[in-house]
Design a protein. Structure first.
Length: 381
């Protein structure tokens, strides 16, 4: 058993690195911060290596580096970059807390698996983002910011010319024309990065507030001639469009897209099928050598019709890059931001030195998807 002071919560993270994931759910500086909150941290050997955090870094910060079995035995709470698989869940002790993006909106069978295992599951995708107290816990915001930055770099790398205007002895090269579809956190970061690289940037989003945000970054707002007055949804997300609205948007975007060299789509919806923003017709209208980066590409589909994870080149010579793992490609900083989100969620649920759910807390009721045990019941137990 790992040593722990009376009243402390023991928090563990695993080595989740894979072919598409380099992040870790806890970084050494957050270990030091959690210790001040009475949290003992357990880290699996090598968990931070891919993000450039060594076992020695964790030990120096006050964490205990150990094997996965020790973490499963001793930890009261577990933090994840990706959700744990069923094999790992089956090894967890009943009463263990699981914190991560659990896909609870669409995968009821997975939530039932967590419930049957007797764990308390905290689904970060259900965080009420409109609450000021939730801002530091917002993994979607922090990771989408990293994603938007990296998306602009991926597009620039794939594009066969310069992004800025260049005057050379052989003539002047015009700047690239970039279109960002979706002006949320990722889209705004993509706008800022593409602008800093010297591109002429235009963006579009259905939310009314997005026009001012886009223009504040020096980009143009794409006028599709559509009514945006009802595009704002709850919790900071764009609302789902009706079939008629979506068809009108798609047709208008397809028509306008032909004038751009690079298109970046960023309209992810947590745990749900993303909206199609650019159809096959729109892709077919792009010029040879144009680049499309679809940050929402997944098994559920993407913002670009026909996109898949990875790069394809159409018969007309358009590069379509399905890139859902961009945050992992900036693993050091992305891990640090993610670690802060997870740590703040963990400490929110610590009441009088123990993990607890408060029935009167909106955030608690929103995020707990399995194993809900009210505070009063815990005390009685």
């Amino acid at each position: 058993m790992a040593e722990q002071a009376e009243g402390t919560v023991v928090f563990g993270v695993f080595n989740e690195t894979s072919g598409t994931e380099s992040r870790v759910a806890l970084t050494p500086d957050i270990v030091a911060r959690l210790r001040k909150s009475g949290v003992t941290c357990l880290v699996e050997h090598g968990a931070g290596d891919a993000a450039e955090y060594t076992d020695a870094d964790y030990i120096a910060a006050g964490a205990q580096v150990c094997d996965a079995e020790t973490i499963l035995e001793d930890a009261q709470a577990l933090g994840f970059v990706d959700r744990p698989g069923e094999a790992l869940i089956s090894r967890m002790k009943p009463g263990t807390w699981v914190i991560g993006m659990l896909g609870s909106f669409t995968d009821n069978e997975y939530v039932e698996t967590l419930e049957k295992a007797g764990v308390t599951a905290v689904a970060i995708e259900r965080l009420p983002r409109q609450l000021s107290s939730a801002q530091s816990m917002d993994e979607m915001t922090s990771q989408n910011s990293v994603m938007g930055y990296k998306a602009a770099l991926v597009a620039a790398n794939a594009y066969g010319s310069f992004l800025p205007m260049m005057t050379t002895a052989a003539g002047t090269i015009r700047p690239a024309k970039v279109l960002i579809l979706g002006a949320g956190i990722a889209g705004l970061q993509a706008i800022g990065t593409a602008k800093r690289l010297g591109a002429v940037v235009t963006a579009y989003d259905v939310r009314p507030a997005s026009k001012d945000e886009v223009e504040s970054l020096g980009a143009k707002f794409l006028d599709l001639g559509l009514d945006l007055s009802a595009g704002q949804g709850e919790g900071g997300y764009a609302r789902a469009l009706s079939a008629e609205e979506q068809a009108a948007q798609q047709a208008a975007v397809d028509e306008k897209a032909a004038g751009f060299d690079i298109i970046i789509t960023t309209a992810k919806v947590p745990g749900r099928k993303p909206p199609v923003l650019l159809t096959e017709r729109g892709v077919a209208g792009l010029h040879r050598g144009a680049v499309v980066v679809d940050c929402a590409a997944s098994d559920l589909g993407g913002n670009v019709e026909g996109s898949t994870v990875g790069q394809i080149v159409t018969e007309d010579g358009v590069k379509v890059i399905g890139a859902p793992y961009l945050a992992s490609e900036v693993a050091t900083t992305a891990s640090n931001l993610l670690s802060r989100n997870v740590a703040d969620i963990l400490t929110h649920f610590i009441v009088d030195g123990a993990l607890a759910v408060r029935p009167d807390e909106e955030l608690d009721q929103a995020m707990i998807v399995a194993g809900h045990k009210p505070l009063n019941a815990q005390k009685e137990a």
